[in-house]
Design a protein around this ligand. Sequence first.
Ligand code: NAP
Length: 246
Amino acid sequence: MNAPVDQRPVAIVSGGSRGLGLALVRDFLERGYRVETFSRSESAELKELRAETDAVAWTALDGTDAAAVEEFVRTAARRHRRVDVLVNNAAVGLEGLLTLTAPAAIDAALRTNLTLPVLLTRACLKPMIARRSGVVINLSSINALRGQTGVAVYGAAKAALDGLTRGLAREVGPAGVRVVSVAPGYFDSDMTAGIGEDQRRRITRRTPLGRLGSVEDVLGVIRFLTSPAAGFITGQTIAVDGGYTC
Ligand SMILES: NC(=O)c1ccc[n+]([C@@H]2O[C@H](COP(=O)([O-])OP(=O)(O)OC[C@H]3O[C@@H](n4cnc5c(N)ncnc54)[C@H](OP(=O)(O)O)[C@@H]3O)[C@@H](O)[C@H]2O)c1
């Protein structure tokens, strides 16, 4: 007799070892998903989570390796026979004036923050389109929506992701796949650990809701966007920034 087909939905989350990515992995598991994630190194928290449940799988992978990214999705899709959600979460910060930033650092940031999500999305769309269902969430940033000194390359990559969201929404909407960008304001994670007290005060002052964001603020919006309640939303960039960009 054939084994019964596992009906649980499948989420792929890039960069699930820490920060928002780890919170997303936990949240999808709580919602009954099977989760596939990757990062260059594993955190103690993710290791602990994997010891508790076999519903999450982690692969050691550098997202700048295009062939490895393709193989990762091929293996996940073969194992689960479906991909319901992709969250393009993995990214690296790049700070500094453009004229003082080395070309190699720019290239590395663009490969992680732009080429990786484009290739990961390309690979995940095949199983999504085959089932005529799926959601792609691109983690953008307020730096895609407003200019800021010192993060031009980071902002350019995130703005390009928003362009990908709009173009792809038209391309794959007829096949039942939604694509949405989420643009958080500053929230606490390793990426923002270097923000000093003065800058925190400046951000807080500029934010109508009077505080920095949290992982939970962003998580809640992604939970909504990947739920049937958001079934008519595609091609948009949703800012989650306490009003910073309004
Ligand atoms: N934090 C903020 O204030 C903020 C604001 C706006 C937007 N965002 C966006 O929100 C998302 C999550 O941010 P976060 O603050 O949670 O980031 P984070 O704490 O720095 O975590 C980044 C994750 O991406 C992985 N990663 C980075 N480079 C990778 C690579 N080359 N290959 C594979 N995995 C890689 C990291 O793991 P390894 O290092 O082990 O590879 C880690 O799991 C990002 O897209 C970020 O741009 C963040």
